[in-house]
Structures are given as C-alpha cells and as structure tokens.
Design a protein around this ligand. Structure first.
Ligand code: ADE
Length: 251
C-alpha cells in the first residue's frame, strides 16, 4: 500500500514529483494528486492546501479515494518555543488546534467529541521520521551543500507539540500571547502552522498512522512574512525532499 506524502507548498512537492517513477497525475476533489514510486516505494503526492479545512479534505481524499496506508506531512512553521530558530526542524510528537474554543461548553482547546485537546502522531512512524530528520540535518552541509549562515549555530532538530490554526501568526505580541496561554494550560508549543492538527484528526478518525515534520521558516513575529519564498526554495524544500527519501528507505 502507498505512503501519502503531503506537502504544504508547491516548491516542496515539485522536487518529489520530478523524482517520481511512472508518474500519474489524477484530479480528485478539485485537487491534483500524483501516483508513482519514489526509490521503488509506492507513493501518492498531494498538496495539503492552506488552512485546516483544505488539509482535512486532502487527507480524507488520500484515505478514501487513494487508499493510502499512512500519511507523512512536510512543510514550514513559525518557531514559538525557546531556541526553535529559523532553519531548525521540528518533528511533531502531537498536535493541538490553537484556535479551537468551544468554551464554556467544553474546556478551552478541547476537541468536542474527542475528550482531549491534543492528538498524538503515530509513535513508530514518528520515530523513523525523527531518525530521518536527524540524519538529514546532520548531513545537510556535506550531502546537499546546505549551511547555516556564517556566525549562526548549526540547525537543530526538535521534537514536541505543534499547534495549528487558521491564522498566519505574524506579530511578536500574538505569538507570545498564543504561547503563554497554551503554556498556562500545560501545552508547551514548539511551533505554529496552519494544517497539521486537521490531518492528525482525520488520521485519528480513520485509524491511520500519521507523522509530520516542519522546517522553521520564521519566528512567528513581525518579520514572519520576510523572504518566505527564498527560504522555502533554498532550505525547506531541500530538507523536505531529503527527509522524505530517507524515511521511505526505512519503511
Ligand atoms: N507557517 C510558517 N510560518 C507560519 C506562521 N508564522 N504562522 C502560521 N503558519 C506558519
């Protein structure tokens, strides 16, 4: 059975599409999906779309229509945890929706009907993704010439809680508020993005293994809009490609 590789951004997907053996483009639910093999492993490549609903539709299509066995999600995120810096990589341990608020009917952040706020990623698949991420970041400069900027520390891999919500967090004030509120309830968030928690929820509903990795593109502050496109092309998409290929070897 196939592994779905879900990308948040076209730049990340295009290098994988270029490597596909026997590529077959299929349109479904108004989206393009690519079937084929990467290093002899059957895969379906898809773009998540932006935001939780778009990502949930894509994940559901991957499961219902393409019958994938697992979903691996790559993308970028804003770093909010201490020491989670641009160029670092975060492998998600679990997800929370930072904009879920059905209070006072349910506790803040609890997913109504799930009796919990946090959804775990699959431990076994995540362990393999973490291995792939560590190997990729450690070998980035020798294997594909990616170096941290002069005077900056080497990129690091983090593992922990990631928050998703339908907002691009682009002020230091908002980022600090979001982090402090979640921390006050015991949720120590490393990074923020806009889709992963939705895919985690769909995978939980269908009982499918899910793992996610995000390269930190910004610090979710006033400079977050920065040179996003350049970062994605030069850093995030190369990490994504190498991590996906390294992970597929382990499956
Ligand atoms: N993805 C990358 N950076 C982000 C940010 N600052 N907020 C939400 N999603 C992001």
């Amino acid at each position: 059975m196939s592994t779905a590789i879900l990308s948040a951004l076209t730049e990340e997907q295009s290098s994988l599409v270029g490597r596909l053996a026997h590529p077959q483009r299929v349109t479904h639910a108004g989206r393009a999906f690519w079937r084929g093999e990467l290093d002899d492993r059957p895969v379906v490549l898809a773009l998540s779309g932006i935001g939780k609903v778009a990502a949930a539709t894509t994940a559901t299509a991957l499961i219902e229509h393409f019958g994938v066995a697992r979903i691996v999600f790559t993308g970028v995120a804003g770093g909010v945890g201490d020491g989670v810096n641009v160029g670092d990589v975060v492998v998600a341990q679990d997800y929370i929706q930072h904009d879920m608020d059905a209070s006072p009917l349910f506790p803040r952040w609890e997913l109504p009907g799930y009796a919990r706020s946090r959804l775990p990623c699959d431990p076994a698949l995540t362990a393999l993704l973490l291995e792939a991420a560590n190997a990729c970041v450690a070998g980035a400069s020798s294997q594909f010439g990616l170096k941290s900027a002069p005077g900056q520390r080497a990129h690091q891999v983090h593992h922990g809680l990631v928050a998703s919500g339908d907002r691009f967090v682009s002020t230091a004030t908002e980022s600090a508020q979001l982090r402090a509120a979640l921390q006050g309830a015991g949720h120590d968030v490393l990074a923020v993005e806009m889709e992963g928690a939705a895919v985690a929820q769909v995978c939980q509903d269908y009982g499918l293994p899910f793992a996610a990795v995000r390269t930190i593109s910004d610090r979710a502050d006033d400079t977050a809009h920065g040179d996003f496109a350049l970062f994605v092309q030069t850093v995030a998409s190369r990490y994504a490609e190498h991590m996906v290929l390294a992970l597929l070897q382990k499956l």
